[in-house]
Design a protein around this ligand. Structure first.
Ligand SMILES: [Zn+2]
Length: 305
């Protein structure tokens, strides 16, 4: 083999190895770190907290599929394939005897354009009506596809009394390209350290990692059914089933999340799902999972007005 050819082949091989390594490092690796400690979570303490406030618990949980978009499977779970998976931005309505609690508010078309999101205008209109009627409005975290419906709400003062945001959710908005409505400049967020019961059977649980203000929302219905809204700790149920997370390119370099904290939470949720299989874990954007929950009766399609 001529010397020039040997040199050329060596360069090609080195480049291929480097490319394969870079692909794995940035996109192909969704595995949790080896020395991972699952995050602390005491389901019995959460259940006790859910019974703290007197009154009837939720009769039902309803969902609006406000916006649809598609992500390759590998975006949710590092190392998965490039087949496109239907995703959605959801809003949930917890219906109590006299109150309603809204969890997450999706986003309007302008905020979803970069994802190619297709907004269901009727669903968005129902969500805005439900927000106006709600006793309380919470979000799992301060990304536009969850808090956008609040930030873009046409009459912010009209929903101010219902908003239950934590300080980090407010403080982090500029970091995610969002601006808090100036009409709400005197809004005081609610601070809590670990868990907070906000209505009978409804508990907020601190879970910083995906964002500083990330929290989970536990809901126990009057019929005893339990749901845990985990926001974007996992975009899909597969994150919880496998404990695998988003690839570094997304989690570390685009979302700038605390990747180790998210992995610790996924490990905790994986163990929780195995220990309490009847407790419904609701991932952030999994259309197939939400459709299955509607089919099972754990939640119902469309908000109640
Ligand atoms: Zn999201």
């Amino acid at each position: 083999m001529p010397r020039w050819l040997r040199i050329a082949l060596t360069i090609v091989v080195v480049l291929l190895i480097a490319a394969a390594g870079a692909y794995y490092w940035y996109i192909g690796d969704g595995n949790p770190p080896g020395n991972l400690q699952p995050s602390r979570f005491d389901i019995e303490a959460v259940r006790a907290k859910a019974d703290e406030l007197p009154g009837g618990k939720a009769s039902e949980v309803r969902v609006e599929t406000v916006a649809r978009f598609d992500f390759p499977a590998v975006a949710s779970v590092g190392g998965d394939g490039w087949a496109m998976v239907p995703m959605a931005a959801f809003s949930y309505q917890v219906v109590l005897p006299t109150d309603t609690v809204i969890i997450d508010t999706a986003f309007p078309a302008a905020m979803g354009a970069s994802l190619g999101a297709r907004i269901d205008d009727d669903a968005y209109a129902r969500m805005e009506m439900a927000m106006a009627d709600a006793t309380q409005i919470v979000v799992t975290h301060e990304h536009s596809d969850h808090i956008g419906g609040i930030v873009a709400y046409t009459d912010p003062v009209g929903i101010a009394r219902a908003l239950r945001l934590n300080p980090e959710q407010l403080a982090s908005l500029p970091r995610y390209g969002l601006t808090w409505p100036s009409q709400l400049s005197d809004y005081a967020p609610i601070d809590y350290s670990d868990m907070l019961s906000i209505a009978p059977g409804v508990v907020l649980i601190r879970a910083p990692g995906h964002t500083p203000g990330s929290q989970m929302v536990y809901v126990k219905r009057e019929d005893g059914r339990e749901l845990l809204f985990i926001g974007d700790i996992g975009w899909t149920l597969r994150n919880v089933e496998t404990g695998k997370g988003r690839p570094r390119l997304l989690s570390q370099f685009m979302l700038n999340e605390d990747r180790d904290a998210v992995f610790a939470q996924l490990a905790m949720l994986k163990a929780l799902r195995e220990a309490a299989p009847d407790l419904v874990i609701v991932p952030g954007h999994d259309v197939a999972a939400i459709d299955a929950l509607i089919a099972s009766g754990a939640m119902s399609a469309q908000f109640r007005m």
